[in-house]
Design a protein around this ligand. Structure first.
Ligand code: CA
Length: 518
């Protein structure tokens, strides 16, 4: 384990809950053996930044407690002042789903917030865009290079004539053929593609490029609206209909695109209530600070959004699995709690069939960042969801229609979660990171929140908000929560740009395909 030069500032540590027998070292660069904490405990060894120190002697087999929750059991005796790293901790079993309490501790609604608005693009279906993008869907990977070629030419030759349109984005993916299209699990990628095309930032304009012979035919993506849309020959291009080669394919796509651009260019920003926001929360590259700085600040922002009437989604099944009993207790009704448990059970089975369990989630970087295991990661991750009642649950790829706090079930993979949250209708994304990632999405702005000031200082041109100030005692989670909330309104209005959008850092769409490939 490499550590930077230890800090010259007085030793600082963060204990979350009075029952905790570990705390996290907050000094940049960590602390050396012999350093004495303000509570009188001396360190027996060097402890890296964001890693845990034992606040008491822990007997073999005794619980390690953080967030007031058991994150594991001591594999051996751990003397006070020791570094409590992952090698010393056996994780506990996940909470049994059948024992989770159903809506037993539903929080009372917080006082509503009025008067917060953003300048968005209203759509005919009632949703509101934060960007104005021409999206070009694809039914199958076979069409993707052709569509990408056409997109480059559309951007160069047509887009400059339509100043109200922000971008042209190909919904490129690997699905569509060579798959068991009628297996029950195929519904997940298919509805994801359908709902992606309905994302508010595409303005209700559908342009879809099909090869012709693929298993995933356009009707299947478009769904019930198929007859109407297919009757409108401005919306679907079929490459195999071309009689004059590649040039004709590209010319046809560009001609259809220009009709869409003309309509999209009519859209303009108008003041909209904050209740029109659909904000997706996610974390990636977490460290042990994520759960004490960035995620609680995002949780406070989530509460402000819910109080404003907006929709806030949290996701990442494997990162909430170990906190399932806390989430079900918070549900508004027993039915919502049961819907949440159905998603947990579905994912348990999906992992079991793959010969894995939720312990497969933490990465080497998470562990170097001080997160011992998935339980510790989960307790910090759920802090993003704030303190309001759980109002709804969506399965992977489903569109979210409820207001308030919603669990949109997704894998924790950054790009898959982002893609599924876009399909759910997300128009703003807030992403916390401790280890750091330049992550971004083309379709919705991504605000990146650093869990530690070291990262924010190293990457000032990638990180939008420094929540590490909370660990340094320079700001509270409430202060940073308000900052995130106001930044969401500014970015959603086009008044400010995220660093990811500034540099054009846009991760690919990645579909979640739990079904078989043929
Ligand atoms: Ca993630």
């Amino acid at each position: 384990m490499k550590t930077a030069a230890p800090s010259a500032t007085p030793p600082r540590f963060i204990r979350i809950h009075p029952d905790d027998n570990v705390a996290v070292v907050a000094n940049q660069g960590g602390l050396r053996a012999g350093a004495r904490l303000s509570c009188g405990i001396g360190l027996r060894e060097d402890i890296p930044e964001a890693h845990k120190v034992a606040l008491a002697d822990v007997a073999p087999g005794a619980p390690i407690v953080r967030y007031g929750a058991v994150i594991g059991f001591a594999r051996q005796a751990i003397p006070q002042g020791s570094w409590v790293h992952e090698g010393l901790i056996d994780p506990p079993r996940p909470p049994a789903l059948e024992d989770c309490p159903l809506a037993t501790a539903t929080p009372q609604p917080l006082p509503p917030l009025h008067g917060f608005t953003f300048d968005g693009f209203p759509n005919p279906d009632g949703s509101v865009g934060t960007k104005n993008i021409l999206g070009i869907g694809t039914t199958v990977q076979c069409t993707v290079p052709t569509v990408q070629y056409a997109v480059e030419r559309i951007k160069a030759e047509l887009l400059p004539n339509y100043p109200n349109v922000d971008d042209v984005v190909a919904i490129a993916h690997h699905y569509g053929c060579g798959v068991a299209i009628d297996s029950p699990a195929a519904e997940v990628p298919i509805r994801t593609l359908r709902n992606l095309s309905l994302n508010p930032n595409f303005g209700g304009e559908l342009l879809l490029v099909s090869l012709g012979c693929e298993k995933l035919q356009p009707q299947r993506i478009i769904g019930e609206g198929a007859l109407k849309v297919l009757a409108d020959d401005t919306s679907v291009a079929v490459l195999q209909d071309a009689q004059q080669g590649f040039a004709e394919m590209v010319a046809h796509i560009m001609q259809l695109a220009e009709q869409k651009l003309r309509r999209l260019n009519q859209r303009c920003r108008v003041p909209c209530p904050a209740s029109d926001l659909v904000v997706g929360l996610q974390c990636g590259g977490s460290d042990a600070f994520s759960g004490v700085t960035a995620n609680p600040a995002m949780g406070f922002a989530a509460d402000l959004l819910v109080r404003s009437g907006a929709t806030v989604m949290f996701s990442e099944v494997t990162e909430v699995r170990d906190a399932a009993h806390l989430v079900t207790a918070r549900a508004a009704t027993p039915e919502i709690a049961r819907a949440f448990l159905r998603e947990m059970a579905w994912y348990d089975e999906y992992l079991r069939v793959g010969g894995a369990d939720r312990a497969a989630n933490p990465t080497p970087g998470n562990k170097r960042g001080g997160l011992a295991n998935i339980v510790e990661k989960a307790m910090g991750s759920v802090a993003k969801s704030g303190s309001t009642a759980l109002m709804g649950v969506a399965a992977p790829g489903e569109r979210v229609t409820q207001k308030g706090l919603v669990f949109a079930a997704t894998p924790a993979s950054d790009f898959i979660c982002g893609t599924l949250q876009l399909a759910a209708g997300m128009n703003m994304h807030v992403f916390s990171t401790g280890r750091g990632t330049p992550y971004g999405l083309a379709v919705a702005p991504v605000i990146k929140v650093a869990s530690n000031s070291g990262l924010a200082a190293r990457w000032p041109d990638l990180i939008d908000v420094d929540a590490g100030r909370i660990a340094a005692g320079e700001a509270t989670a409430e202060d940073v929560g308000w900052e995130i909330f106001r930044l969401i309104l500014d970015v959603a209005s086009g008044r400010k740009r995220t660093w990811a959008d500034h540099w054009g850092l846009h991760n690919q769409f990645v579909l979640f395909n739990p079904g078989p490939v043929t």
